[in-house]
Design a binder for this molecule. Structure first.
Ligand code: 4AD
Ligand code: MG
Length: 432
C-alpha cells in the first residue's frame, strides 16, 4: 500500500493508495457517497459505493461530519470528464476522529465571526489558496535576491531607536535597560551589513503602532528589506522592478489552482511580466493628479485615492520618485540636483494594490545626516552606531522594503490584507 498526498495522485492511476486528510464536504445519493477530501496538498473527490465496502465502513461514512479526520484506501481513477482530475474509488476508510459540529459551515459568515475563528478559517479553500500564494511569494523573493547576489542577514526585532519616525513605535520594557522598541524595518541594520557582504536582505516581522483601520494596514506585518553597496537611485529601481516581475512570474507558473479558487483574473499579471514599469517624479505625479481633479497640495503624502488615480489606466506598477525631502525619513539622500528633494521611491501596484515598496538611496554624507537627525528631533546618541557607517568607508548605497502582505494581497486579488497573513494583528485584533 502506497501512502500518497493528493498532489501526487495523478501518478497512481489504477493503483491502490492511501490518503490521510479531512472531510471538507460531502453529499450522498442513496448507495453512493461523494466525499470531498483535503489533505493540505490539494482537494480530491472520494467515492464510496455501498456495494464495494464493508458494512462498518458504510456506517462510518454515513456518520462522517465536516472536518472529521480520516484515512482512505482505494483505487485512483481518472475523472470521467475533466482532464487532469482524479478520483478515489474507496475500498476502506478509517476515522481518526469524528469532528464535533464545525462552526464554519459552507455558507456566508460575517468577517468578524471568521476572524474570531481564524484558527479554523485557515482550512477553507480560499484561505488555503492565499496561504500557498504567500509561500510562493516568499520563495520567489528569496530566489530572486540570491540570484542577484544578495546575502540574507536578518535584523533584530528589539531595537533601541526608530527607523521610520517615532510616532508609530511599540515600546516594551527591557530589563534594566529601559524601553526597547519593536522594529519598524530592519533597514538600518542591513545598511551596516552591506559593508561586510556588499548586498544583503532581511525578511521578518516588523511593527507599526499605526491607528490606520484600512484594508491595507496591519500593526504586525512582514517586510523584506534589501540593501546594496554602490547601487544608486536608478539601479535601485531596476532591482525592484526585476524582483516584482520575478514574483509575478513565479505566481503565474505555480499558483494556477489557487488563482482558479480565488477567481483571480490573471491577464493583468501577464502584462506586468512583459512591459517595463512606469516612472513618475513626485512633481509629475502631483501635476497629473491635479489634471485628474485631485485637490492634493504640493508637499503632501499620496493618499489611497491619489494612488488609485495614478495607476488606474496603467497596465504596470508605477514608480513615484524624488519626493520632497521634508516628508521622508532622515536617512534618504538629498537629490544633488535639487536639495529639497530626496532620492527615494515608492512603487505603487496596479489593481488597487497601493504602495508595495518603499525605498531610497541613503544619505552617505555624515554632515547632512547629522543635520537631518537634529531636524527630526531624534536622539542623536541612539544613532551613533549608524553614523559610524558614514565614518568608516562610507559608500553610495540604496535599498528598499517590500511589504509581504501588500504583495500577497495584490497577487491574490483579495480585498482585505487581514486575509494575507496567517494570524493578522490590527488595531482591533489580537486574537486568536
Ligand atoms: O515604506 P516603508 O515604511 O519603508 C520602510 O520601512 C523602509 N525602511 C524600507 C527600506 O527602505 N528598507 O515600508 C515598506 C513597505 C511599504 O511599501 C508597504 O508595502 C509595507 O512596507 N507597509 C505595510 N504593510 C502593511 N501594514 C502596514 N501598516 C504597512 N506599512 C508599510
Ligand atoms: Mg512608504
Amino acid at each position: 500500500m502506497t501512502n500518497t498526498r493528493i498532489t501526487h495522485i495523478g501518478s497512481h492511476v489504477d493503483k491502490e493508495v492511501a490518503i490521510s486528510g479531512w472531510l471538507y464536504n460531502s453529499r450522498s445519493s442513496g448507495s453512493i457517497a461523494f466525499l470531498e477530501i483535503r489533505d493540505g496538498s490539494g482537494f480530491l473527490q472520494a467515492i464510496v459505493n455501498k456495494a464495494d465496502v464493508s458494512e462498518d465502513v458504510w456506517n462510518d461514512t454515513q456518520k462522517l461530519t465536516q472536518e472529521s479526520s480520516l484515512r482512505l484506501t482505494g483505487i485512483v481513477s481518472k475523472h470521467p470528464k475533466k482532464e487532469n482530475v482524479f478520483e478515489l474509488q474507496v475500498k476502506d476508510l478509517q476515522v481518526y476522529q469524528f469532528a464535533s459540529e464545525y462552526p464554519i459551515a459552507h455558507k456566508e459568515h460575517g468577517p468578524e465571526f471568521l476572524m474570531d475563528h481564524r484558527h479554523l478559517w485557515l482550512r477553507s479553500k480560499r484561505q488555503w489558496a492565499i496561504l500557498r500564494i504567500r509561500d510562493v511569494v516568499e520563495s520567489a523573493v528569496n530566489e530572486y535576491l540570491h540570484q542577484e547576489g544578495f546575502v540574507r542577514t536578518d535584523s533584530p526585532v528589539f531595537t533601541p531607536n526608530a527607523c521610520e519616525g517615532t510616532t508609530t513605535l511599540f515600546a516594551v520594557p527591557y530589563f534594566d535597560l529601559g524601553e526597547a522598541y519593536l522594529s519598524q524595518s530592519g533597514q538600518l541594520y542591513i545598511e551596516a551589513a552591506i559593508s561586510s557582504v556588499g548586498r544583503c536582505y532581511d525578511f521578518g516581522p516588523v511593527f507599526r503602532a499605526e491607528k490606520s483601520k484600512t484594508k491595507r494596514h496591519l500593526t504586525e506585518f512582514w517586510m523584506m528589506d534589501a540593501e546594496a553597496a554602490f547601487v544608486e537611485h536608478e539601479e535601485n529601481m531596476q532591482i525592484q522592478e526585476g524582483l516584482i516581475k520575478h514574483i509575478v512570474k513565479r505566481c503565474l507558473e505555480q499558483c494556477q489552482e489557487e488563482f482558479a479558487i480565488l477567481e483571480r483574473n490573471i491577464e493583468p499579471l501577464q502584462k506586468v511580466v512583459e512591459l517595463p514599469f512606469t516612472k513618475l517624479t513626485y512633481d509629475e505625479a502631483i501635476k497629473k493628479l491635479h489634471e485628474e481633479g485631485s485637490d492634493i497640495k504640493y508637499g503632501e503624502d499620496l493618499g489611497n485615492d491619489d494612488e488609485g488615480l495614478l495607476t488606474q489606466h496603467s497596465p504596470v506598477p508605477v514608480f513615484i520618485h524624488k519626493w520632497p525631502k521634508s516628508i521622508k525619513p532622515f536617512y534618504v539622500k538629498r537629490d544633488p540636483e535639487n536639495e529639497d528633494l530626496a532620492l527615494n521611491v515608492d512603487l505603487i501596484g496596479i489593481e488597487g494594490s497601493g504602495e508595495i515598496i518603499g525605498g531610497a538611496q541613503r544619505e552617505d554624507n555624515i554632515q547632512y545626516l547629522e543635520e537631518r537627525i537634529k531636524e527630526e528631533g531624534l536622539n542623536e546618541a541612539d544613532y551613533t552606531w549608524y553614523l559610524d557607517l558614514r565614518r568608516y568607508g562610507s559608500v553610495p548605497h540604496s535599498g528598499f522594503g517590500l511589504g509581504l502582505e501588500r504583495m500577497v494581497r495584490w497577487m491574490s486579488g483579495v480585498e482585505h490584507i487581514r486575509e494575507c497573513i496567517p494570524f493578522p494583528r490590527t488595531v482591533n485584533r489580537l486574537k486568536p
